[in-house]
Design a protein around this ligand. Sequence first.
Ligand code: MOS
Length: 747
Amino acid sequence: MNVLQNVGIGSAINRVDGLQKVTGRARYAAEHPVPGLLHGVIVSGAIPKGRIVTLEDSEARAVPGVVEVLSHKNRPHVAWFDRSHKDMVAPPGSPFKALYDDKILFSGQPIALVIAESFEVARYAASLVRASYEVEPHNTDFHKAQAERFMPSKKRDTYHPPKNRGDADAAFAAAPVKVSAEYHLATEHHNPMEMHASTVVWEGDGSLTVFDKTQGPQNVRDYLAGVFGMSASTIRVMNPFVGGAFGSGLRPQYQVYLAVMAARMLQRSVRVVMTRQQMFTHGHRPEALQSVQLGAERDGTMTAIRNSATTSTSRYENNMEDVVIWGMMNYACENAAGEYAIAPVDTATSTDMRAPGAATGMTFFEMAVDELAYAAGIDPLEFRLKNYSETDQMNGTPFTSKALREAYAEGAEAFGWSRRSQAPRSMKEGRELVGWGVATGMWDAMFSKTSASARLSANGHLEVASAASDIGTGTYTVMTQAAADTLGLPVEQIAVRLGDSSLPKAPVEGGSWMAASVGAAVQLACRSVAEKLLSAAAKMQNSPLAGASMEAVRFSGGRIALRDDPARGVAITEVMRASGTDVIAVEETASAGISGMISQMRKSRNTHSAIFVEVRVDEELGVVRVTRVVNAAAAGRIINPKTARSQILGGVVMGISMALHEESMTDHRYGRFMNHNYAEYHVPVNADIHDIQVIFVDEPDPEVTPLGVKGLGEIGIVGTAAAVANAIFHATGKRVRALPITIDKLV
Ligand code: MOS
């Protein structure tokens, strides 16, 4: 019996690459086998700032099996230094150039690459490279860096400052109820399981195949072409599987640059993998200071918002985030002023990390809103509903959709919020203080121009392809479902190709735009195949579909049939046979189009969420357990409830991590992140994670993107840390305004 299972958009199928992943058949950047491979090991510098005086590599070179030691002394010429680089994700400034000269810009900077016939030999020889330095004064203390705080330039840095309204200063001064608080977020480092790695295959004719850990293979290809003065057509970058990234793989990292440099110089295939420790020597979520001042009437009506923030960047690039806009957009309040600046420290440039800007800014704003609700003596959920806005308050535009009210309601119901008592420390159970907190999350619902191809074979097998990436988010599955939805084919007959720069053009996977964008591109390509099939079917002898329009037919179970009379139809394979077609191949591009661009100017596009958290705090020991989380997301149409839920779960875990665990600690004497390993840089383990319930509220939105999809990769983290912090206040009566909330801050 042929059971037809719905696998299209909206169905909770298992991720199609799941079996490959759990059986080890999915290969990551450092796992692709290449004959005659050389191994490069990076030598990291010891000082935070200054210059290399001597670099002694003769001992390393003397080790049998060592092929070359690359450093600023002998590096080959690269084109980068002649013209601008092409990394589309780079912030304004002058990007770090590994092995360029003797200058040291940050601790752990790569100073040499030892290349050998085996990894073990390279690693041993790397330990023999000696450098001496001239040390210059440095500063890695972000609090001290406030003295060098500056406003990014609107023109040069393409910075979009917040739009102020009303008179926030006067309103704040006059407010009968007010809070004023300073918040701090520690530096956090991305710690995906897969470390940055590149396997560069020297193809003999000078062209390269590069297996790279990246969120955008075409961006890496264009970057490498620019840096090494190569034609983009001679470089193919592959990232069929990515072991997590969270933003760390948006920019090409220095190991790909070093591996390609070595491969070209030696005309051999080369692999370079960063160590876990070296993962702490590139981008990180910027350290942040944020000051929030809020005013309200005695009845809880918000009257004033003043929101100011500083985030860290390096001395050589101006990395910026949208930190202060979120609360200004979200709440009905007539007077609001925001201000944002950056301050340089002597580290590598900070970079995007899951929901950059919002994860920091909305979290602190939502912690301040909780403080204001308490100052006004109002339940924090009721307070948010009282100041609810249907429109984007900062830009004065309507949203394409905003089902945040429903998220609050469904989340509160599932959590049991009505059973909460308002007073801090009022819900003690045994030796545990119980606290319940709520917060709001907000992120952009973006769409990015994307192309996809579709290729239908005579046997009914379909291949869809795009240079998109799947960083664990489910892109393979999204593309499969968009295709299945349009052409009515079973999953087994659909193959997806992605993670290859030679495929149709796609953006980097970031900003939560990939599902909406590549989903639309695949749908367009498959619709174009469907049209060709229908026109061939209509021409068949005695065709039941003669004269039928696309609207009158349905593609389902491998057949094309009349919607009104499903018995009248033909199998797709029959159409292919009758028309003598071996293959139907198309490529289509999904873009916002004119109407989309007009809509983008006139309407705001955002995802929203309501997060409810229960914590239990051991009063004597200060140990916090997050025992329950309900995250209710309003994110438009859900392509796959199962993979979508996984995205929110991951975001919530990362939010709990931000609230309680993650902190890159610097020894300012050496300007170095000290806890650069999984033992000392804390991320949650299974024992830290308890019950998490994910709710998707109904939010039909045909306008936001072609499929009505808003994206889910980032919204799960936004506001979660605030809900945890607010719950900790409710449990303990202590306001901790510096994240992470470690035990020492509670006892
Ligand atoms: Mo995400 S920080 O856009 O990879």
